[in-house]
Design a protein around this ligand. Structure first.
Ligand SMILES: Nc1nc2c(ncn2[C@@H]2O[C@H](COP(=O)(O)OP(=O)(O)OP(=O)(O)O)[C@@H](O)[C@H]2O)c(=O)[nH]1
Ligand SMILES: [Mg+2]
Length: 447
């Protein structure tokens, strides 16, 4: 079991980092946090800037030489990002200038911050919980406007709020259960049974809802692996080009054009898709094509969603070596050649399209999102990480186990306790050091 780590006071060190990206820019920011922040501000600027007021001045080195001219900001503890004294210098965004300011801070006693160390301190000082801290990194890494909006909502505490709400319900139910444990069996049952059942049912429904929104939101983070597969010449590459909105893949009337798997990142409604075009599936005597087909099969094995492409104008619509385990959509392409084409009945969602004219492509996009599990909750999804999903699933398992405990109230209470523990790990109430290290090491320096 991970050991509980209560928020500690400010770390003993004062940390410093260039908070803006490497390279040239209009503005560059050096950020200092810790007990020496005031002292360092005084040394650099000549005096301590008024709290939270932009103060114009020169930053000077130890010998009094001017390093840069810019804006100084001082945020006294505890009302700062990390909860400690924080000093920021906003100067000119050139690497030489910024490094000289950084060096002056190091000379004055600060040490270089590790990746994510500012945010880690914010977490340890109780300025934000773990899910919010993760949202900081997710916001910076967001690959689409939807992902960014979702990260912002998590940062504002929406996801944590949903988790905390469930934890509060669990605590209540646990308290009621433990209180009745001292009574004899029969009495416990009559006192507690119906109430507990109702509360547990509500809790499980709430958890399912959060899990669904989290699963959906996790698509925004990780993207979906979508593989185009089918016989040669059915128009796989043409479809990739159509969906990508650019001529990425070579298209020719010669069957067996595509050999290497070709990847293209696209977005549908802000959901990132990794689209893979593959060699047409057939037995070939051509060595290169055979290798291509082998690759295609490997891609199929790793797909979240297979787009099985057929030629609507051809007689044979079977897909050689169709994978069974994953989600699949049947696409009948070249409907422009077959007026009044009727989609054959099948086991999978199917669409008729024309990569040539663009007919049916909008519908295809919708069907792709549906098949991937995106329900356009849009504004209400949680940008969940794998870690969150695992914790939610664990909690779900414990609640299910609790529900099947019947009259064994000790076991019932124990399952509730385990469910609470799983949920609390999301917001970081019980987090092992190793987990924190893992999470914050993926941040950029200066954040
Ligand atoms: N009429 C019509 N022709 C199409 C359509 N889509 C593709 N084609 C043509 O079909 C031929 C094959 O298209 P590709 O996109 O290269 O097909 P592919 O499935 O990638 O073929 P391989 O890479 O050889 O497996 C080309 O001549 C395309 O112009 C369509 O919707 N309508
Ligand atoms: Mg092709």
């Amino acid at each position: 079991m991970p050991s509980a780590e209560p928020p500690t006071g400010p770390g003993p060190d004062t940390i410093v980092a260039i908070a803006t990206p490497a390279g040239r820019g209009a503005i560059g920011i050096v950020r200092v946090a810790g007990p020496l922040a005031q002292d360092i501000a005084r040394r650099l600027m000549g005096c301590l800037p008024a709290a939270r007021r932009a103060t114009h001045g020169a930053a000077r080195g130890a010998l009094g030489q001017v390093l840069d001219d810019g804006i100084a900001l001082f945020f006294p503890a505890p009302h700062s990002y990390t909860g400690e004294d924080v000093f920021e210098f906003q100067g000119h965004g050139g690497p030489v200038v910024l490094h000289s300011v950084l060096a002056a801070c190091l000379d004055a006693g600060a040490r270089l911050a590790e990746p994510g160390e500012f945010t880690r301190r914010a977490f340890l000082n109780g300025r934000m919980d773990l899910a919010q801290a993760e949202a900081v990194a997710d916001l910076i890494d967001a690959a689409s406007a939807e992902a960014a909006r979702s990260a912002l909502r998590s940062l504002a505490g929406e996801f944590s709020g949903a988790i905390d709400g469930m934890v509060a319900q669990l605590v209540e139910l646990r308290a009621l259960t433990e209180a009745t444990l001292d009574f004899p069996e029969e009495e416990v049952d009559s006192l507690h049974r119906d109430d507990a059942d109702a509360r547990l049912a509500r809790l499980r429904a709430a958890l399912d809802e959060v899990l669904a929104r989290s699963r959906e939101g996790s698509l925004l983070r990780t993207g979906i692996q979508v593989v185009l597969a089918g016989r040669p010449n059915v128009g796989k590459s043409s479809l990739l080009n159509r969906l990508a909105g650019a001529e990425r893949a070579i298209v020719t009337p010669i069957p067996g054009t595509t050999r290497d798997a070709l990847r293209e990142s696209i977005q549908i409604e802000g959901v990132p898709l990794n689209l893979v075009d593959t060699a047409g599936l057939r037995d070939s005597r051509d060595e290169v094509e055979r290798l291509g087909v082998e690759r295609a099969r490997r891609e199929l094995a790793g797909a979240d969603l297979v787009l099985a492409v057929h030629d609507a104008s051809a007689a044979n619509h079977s897909l050689p070596a169709a994978p069974v385990a994953v989600a699949r959509i049947d696409i009948y392409n070249k409907i422009d050649l077959v007026p009044g084409f009727r989609i054959p009945k099948g086991d999978f969602p199917a669409v008729g399209v024309s990569a040539l004219t663009g007919a049916g492509i909008d519908q295809l996009r919708r069907v792709i999102l549906e098949a991937a599990g995106w329900k356009s909750h849009g504004e209400s999804v949680f940008l969940a990480r794998e870690r969150h999903l695992r914790a939610l699933q664990a909690a779900r398992g414990h609640l299910a186990a609790a529900a099947s405990q019947g009259r064994q109230w000790e076991l019932f209470a124990e399952e509730l306790r385990l469910a609470q523990q799983a949920l609390a790990a999301i917001t970081g109430e019980f987090s092992a050091d190793a987990l924190l290290g893992e999470i914050f090491s993926r941040f950029c320096i200066g954040k």
